[in-house]
Design a protein around this ligand. Structure first.
Ligand SMILES: CC(C)(COP(=O)(O)OP(=O)(O)OC[C@H]1O[C@@H](n2cnc3c(N)ncnc32)[C@H](O)[C@@H]1OP(=O)(O)O)[C@@H](O)C(=O)NCCC(=O)NCCS
Length: 185
């Protein structure tokens, strides 16, 4: 990343590329034009066009959410579900990782949730998704529940969920993360 900076802007400090990316990336509300793409991404990432959270089935392509774009390219998406004063992040998906896409999308949903009076954000991921586990924990989430072997039950509904996931790790368990939304200083 910083090597690129040096190549293009030899006298500018390291990290300039990140600053440039921050100002060139846009986050906009998910529109009807995006819904088919959201459905395709859900199929690709979650082994079906729906997700099961606790015992509820969600169609991410029908939920509210945000899309991140870089120029004309879609580079990420987040979908959420608000119930009373709690906001579930149903899916989050960065097409190019470690470039700030996930953070921008998460911050957007957090601000929507706060504006709606929510006191908590929560989400579910699986044991193999180490990048997501790192991502959420470094952004104020804690592990609130672990369901060992939960993916066996999920596969009855979603037979296409892969047996082996990120980093070659067997996909077995669900982890729930939550973040209390404390009043901002
Ligand atoms: C989880 C996920 C959404 C995170 O998205 P992301 O875009 O990679 O996240 P970010 O880039 O904002 O942050 C990740 C790291 O990259 C770093 N980063 C951000 N911009 C950067 C840049 N320009 N250069 C180098 N590093 C950068 C961040 O500091 C962060 O590091 P940290 O966690 O140590 O603080 C992404 O890994 C993903 O899509 N995973 C697959 C789907 C998934 O597991 N979803 C969760 C279950 S629903």
């Amino acid at each position: 990343m910083d090597n690129d900076d040096t190549a293009i802007y030899p006298v500018l400090p390291a990290g300039f590329g990140r600053f440039f990316r921050d100002i060139s990336m846009r986050v906009t509300e998910l529109s009807d034009d995006d819904r088919l793409w959201v459905k395709e991404r859900t199929e690709l990432l979650f082994g079906g066009d729906f997700v099961v959270s606790r015992s509820e089935v969600h169609d991410p392509h029908k939920l509210p959410g945000f899309i991140a774009t870089e120029g004309r390219e879609r580079v990420g998406l987040i979908t959420y579900h608000l119930v009373d004063d709690v906001c579930e992040i149903v899916t989050i998906d960065a097409l190019c990782q470690f470039m700030g896409v996930g953070t921008m999308l998460l911050e957007k949903v957090e601000s929507v949730a706060r504006a709606a009076g929510c006191t908590k954000l929560w989400t579910i991921t699986t044991n193999d998704r180490l990048d997501a586990q790192r991502f959420f924990q470094k952004r104020g989430f804690v592990i609130s529940e672990v369901r060992l072997g939960a993916m066996t039950k999920i596969r009855l509904l979603k037979p296409n969920v892969p047996k082996v996931g990120d980093y070659g790790i067997p996909v077995r368990d669900e982890l729930e993360f939550e973040k209390p939304l404390l009043p901002l200083e």
